[in-house]
Design a binder for this molecule. Sequence first.
Ligand code: FES
Length: 116
Amino acid sequence: NNEKLIKVTFNKANGEKVTAEGKKGDSLLDVIVNNNLDFDGFGACEGTLTCSTCHVILNQKNYDELPEKPSDEELDMLDLAYNLTDTSRLGCQIVLEEKLDGLEVNVPATVNDARD
Ligand code: FES
């Protein structure tokens, strides 16, 4: 099929940029898992909204463009995330669509696993 791949760049706290591709409907966590990206501790609960380790920080424009606003469950988890910002989201809750092609997100330096 000719499904268009959507590109996402992860800016790591150490300055490294990692670009990967996903399909429409993939979450950012799916992109990381499917591309075997090695982000220490990221996505510990496998997208079940119980950890906050998939915390990513968007720029304001991308944040506003996301179709889904964070659910109460997501906001509760975000409260526990390290280095929370106004444009923070959980990567397992961001679902790719074509207009997000080229999305860049910042991955905080450390994770706080809310299950610990
Ligand atoms: Fe645990 Fe997203 S992977 S909340």
